[in-house]
Design a protein around this ligand. Structure first.
Ligand code: NAP
Length: 299
């Protein structure tokens, strides 16, 4: 018999609340991170029903958790239980990470950094002076649009089925992020299937799908019309990671584009949450190694 010492009275407590939760890879990711970083912490998943959300948050606070993640469907509803929100979380209207300091709850949204850091790592370039087309205007689009704007993209086009939601994101960026306050014409909204979209998609250096179209099991669907032509200078990104190559990415790859899926965003948003909880910077090489491990693990 051997004595198990993975968790002791000194171990830092972390977790995730959501529903469903059994598919979440966050426990594997954060427990792997603790192992790599040599930090004594444990991360546990909790299935929480909507009507128990307040009890769960108060419970984690009472139990001296260092922090926790929030996933579907609680990312917006959790806000009413928090003391403060980061700038990004309040723009997006959703929180995926909470840090507990001296009995106060601080909410963050790490999708912005997760997207930007993983994109730069995988694309080998950033957004400065780039024209970026974002398809979709849901939660993922908000985070990605804010990231792209913060990074100084020259032009941003937001294309969505429901035009009003694309306009909302445009307005958030114009009100809050330089240089769009000075040049509001540098960000435009379009309705999906509007004839202007075809032109906009031709003009873009980077095209990003943030809709759920093409996600498993509907893998034969595309977020843009079949006739849209990619060109080989474009970088084409899909926030979807299941399947790892959507039809959208496959078509772009056939035209010679560099393609990137959403797995990096998923891993890097988790790494950012860990950095917030532990007040550390995970070295780039470790982040890259963890990302590669998970790429193999999930395929
Ligand atoms: P969401 O808030 O529900 O937004 C969904 C978006 O997809 C909206 O813009 C919606 O348009 C559009 N859409 C859905 N069905 C459509 C259809 N049949 N035709 C045209 N547009 C359609 O979802 P979300 O949280 O942003 O997530 C979107 C995708 O991103 C999902 O596949 C999710 O897995 C992925 N995601 C990935 C990460 C990552 O870390 N890689 C993080 C977050 C999300 P309307 O506004 O017109 O309804």
């Amino acid at each position: 018999m051997s004595i198990i010492r993975y968790v002791t009275g000194k171990t830092k407590l972390l977790g995730v609340i959501g529903n469903p939760i059994s598919h979440s890879i966050s426990p594997e990711l954060h427990n792997t991170l603790s192992n790599y970083m040599g930090i004594d912490a444990v991360y546990v998943p909790f299935k929480v029903e909507r009507e128990k959300l307040g009890d769960a948050v108060r419970g984690l606070k009472a139990l001296n958790f260092k922090g926790f993640n929030i996933t579907i469907p609680h990312k917006s509803n959790v806000i009413e239980y928090l003391d403060e929100l980061s700038r990004e979380a309040s723009f997006i209207g959703a929180v995926n990470t909470v840090k507990i300091i001296e009995n106060k709850l601080y909410g963050y949204n790490t999708d912005v950094d997760g997207f930007v850091n993983s994109f730069k790592e995988e694309a080998g370039t950033g957004f400065t002076n780039k024209k970026v087309a974002i398809i979709g205007a849901g939660g993922a689009a908000r985070a990605i649009a804010i990231g792209v704007a913060n990074e100084g993209a020259q032009k941003i086009f937001i294309i969505n089925r429901t035009l009003s939601k694309a306009i909302q994101i445009r307005d958030i960026i114009i009100s809050n992020i330089m240089p769009y306050k000075e040049c509001p014409e540098n960000i435009e909204s379009f309705q999906l299937n509007d004839s202007a979209c075809t032109e906009v998609l031709k003009l873009a250096d980077i095209i990003i799908n943030t809709t759920s179209i093409g996600m498993h099991p509907d893998i034969d669907c595309m977020p843009v019309p079949e006739h849209v032509e990619f060109n080989s200078n474009q970088i084409v990104y899909d926030a979807i990671y299941n399947p790892s190559k959507t039809k959208f990415l496959q078509q772009a790859e056939n035209k010679g584009c560099k393609i990137i899926n959403g797995l990096g965003m998923l891993i890097y948003q988790g790494i950012k949450a860990y950095e917030i909880w532990m007040d550390i910077t995970v070295p780039k090489e470790i982040a890259r190694e963890i990302f590669n491990e998970f790429k193999n693990y999930l395929t």
